[in-house]
Design a protein around this ligand. Structure first.
Ligand code: ZN
Length: 163
């Protein structure tokens, strides 16, 4: 299965990470025992996610996702599940905010600086989307859905009206 949308990722290692996650997304299954579930949609690309979390005592014990989308969306959601499992809700929120900040570095350098000391791991493979606003939405859909699930902040609630 090919997908044109990763063609602008010009780093071979990063492209391989994205392709691997796209071909075999991690935790791509619904959780029957989820404590939190939320759907998210990126209409500009057609990406769709159903994010399931099992949260106990403030810790994300399990995570899974359903839905489909482009390679950028799928890789980002797959990496999300790897990274947040076992984290506290607030750690996961910090990670989501740091990733959002990194992708908005061009337009909002001040915000980006605040997130520099958080390790984004494989998410760095998605750096190439920063120049493509439509693709930024693909990369952020799962993370926006996560933030809405575990407790949106006022400024994130406002973002919804743009979509
Ligand atoms: Zn997409």
């Amino acid at each position: 299965m090919t997908d044109y949308s990763d063609s602008f990722i010009n780093d071979d290692l990063y492209r391989q990470i994205i392709i691997d996650h796209y071909n075999r997304p991690h935790n791509h299954c619904r959780l029957p025992h989820a404590s939190h579930s939320l759907e998210g949609e990126n209409a500009s690309c057609g990406d769709h996610i159903e994010l399931d979390l099992l949260i106990e005592n403030g810790i994300i014990k399990d995570v899974g996702f359903g839905g489909e989308g482009c390679s950028i969306f799928t890789a980002s959601a797959s990496i999300l599940t790897d990274m947040i499992k076992g984290k506290t809700v607030s750690e996961a929120a910090e990670l989501a905010k740091a990733f959002k900040a990194r992708l908005s570095a061009h337009t909002n350098p001040k915000i980006a600086q605040t997130a520099e000391d958080i390790d984004l791991g494989e998410l760095e493979a998605l750096d190439g989307v920063r120049d493509y606003p439509v693709r930024i939405k693909c990369a952020l859909l799962s993370w926006e859905t996560l933030l809405q699930t575990i407790g949106p902040e006022p400024e994130e609630a406002e973002d919804e009206s743009e979509i």
